[in-house]
Design a protein around this ligand. Structure first.
Ligand code: THU
Length: 131
């Protein structure tokens, strides 16, 4: 399998692990480090709804907490016909750790795919250069 196809599969397999008792809206992610390691992410909800962590941020926090800071690709998968668009909080976390050129692949259930980048998702972002 080609690398990207594997990463998409990893993101899709994560969907079954999503903890979504409130929204019933699973999201899966696969974050790929510069050296090719993959980190799966799922959304993790809470009875206190605002504490929910999205799949993308789960993947980033897992990877960064294990010492990774350089990434080459992110895949986000939904159980939706069309690809899911990452939320604003997750876009900000992407901007913290990824170059604007880093590719992001968004996939839905029906093979519809959107290829985008971190910079396209969050142009003119607030970063360490603003501090
Ligand atoms: N969600 C994600 O995990 N990632 C996104 O990009 C959009 C939204 C989650 C949060 C919540 O658990 C559910 O989807 C519905 O908002």
């Amino acid at each position: 399998m080609k690398a990207k196809a594997e990463w998409i599969e990893i993101a899709r397999l994560a969907l079954d692990k999503a903890y979504v008792p409130y929204s019933h809206f699973p999201v899966g992610a696969c974050l790929v480090t510069e050296d090719g390691a993959t980190y799966q992410g799922i959304n993790i909800e809470n009875a206190s709804f605002g504490l929910t962590n999205c799949a993308e941020r789960t993947a980033f926090f897992k990877a960064v907490s294990e010492g990774n800071r350089k990434f080459q690709h992110l895949v986000v998968a939904g159980h939706t016909p069309a690809p899911i668009s990452p939320c604003g909080a997750c876009r900000q976390v992407m901007a913290e750790f990824c170059s604007p050129e880093m590719p992001v692949t968004l996939v839905g259930d029906e093979g519809v795919m959107k290829e985008t980048t971190v910079g396209e998702l969050l142009p003119y972002s607030f970063t360490d250069k603003d501090l």
